[in-house]
Design a protein around this ligand. Structure first.
Ligand SMILES: [Zn+2]
Ligand SMILES: [Zn+2]
Length: 233
């Protein structure tokens, strides 16, 4: 039996968030990671699979706007790091104070489009986690096993999901460097520790699939680690 891993990427929402769907090549039990937005489209994209769990890499709004409806449509539990509730509470408080979601450096550009306005009629995640994930834990779906790594820094609840040959890094690690740490609750030294752990802990051929944009590999990114430390972001 070949238990290789198959990944699907669906891009949704104002910040073009990557939703990753993973299943074993010989099975249809799957894990859906980061339901960014457009819940009906996400549900349609996985209708041939059985979603056993919805996992959040972290609780920033752009990674789970689709969660309330999608969790109903696919009838799956929500898994996230314990600190996700605190991160989400902070996000909500900020959004209610300003009337829009914090899109980091893209906020000024996106505001006129209306796409990051807080919609009072939209059902949002309650912050309820069905199963809290801790570092070292295993998430399974059929023949698929994901290894949870706590990788804080972009946010305190940041996790990376590791499987043979692939890492789903959320907003922790991208082509060209670590995720942004200008956010509230972010910390640059902390994310660099997380990034170094990932870049030194997996084979060079391992693919890195981030929460936004294209994928990369350990081999492509690891040599830049000292440069990232020096530049400080
Ligand atoms: Zn984020
Ligand atoms: Zn993000």
């Amino acid at each position: 039996m070949d238990h290789g891993v198959v990944l699907r990427r669906i891009v949704t929402g104002a910040l073009a968030t990557n939703t990753w769907v993973v299943h074993a090549s010989d099975g249809s039990d799957a894990v859906l990671v980061d339901p960014g937005d457009e819940p009906e489209r996400l549900a349609a994209a996985v209708q041939d699979l059985r979603i056993r769990a919805i996992v959040l890499t972290h609780a920033h709004w752009d990674h789970h706007l689709a969660l309330p409806l999608l969790a109903q449509l696919v009838d799956a539990p929500v898994l996230a790091h314990r600190a996700a509730a605190e991160v989400w509470a902070h996000e909500l408080q900020q959004a209610r104070a300003t009337g829009h979601w914090d899109a980091g450096t893209a906020t000024a550009d996106l505001l006129p489009s209306g796409r990051i306005q807080l919609d009072p009629d939209r059902e949002l995640w309650t912050g309820r986690i069905d199963h809290e994930l801790a570092d070292g834990e295993l998430v399974t779906a059929g023949e698929l096993t994901l290894h949870v790594r706590h990788t804080p820094g972009h946010s305190p609840d940041g996790i990376t999901l590791a499987m043979p040959g692939h890492l789903l890094t959320g907003d922790t690690l991208f082509p060209g460097g670590p995720g942004l740490t200008g956010w509230p609750l972010s910390d640059f030294p902390t994310i660099m520790t997380s990034v170094e752990t990932l870049l030194t802990g997996y084979a060079p051929t391992t693919s890195i699939h981030p929460g936004h944009g294209p994928s990369t590999t350990i081999a492509a990114e690891a040599p830049s680690l000292p440069d990232w430390r020096r530049r400080g972001w």
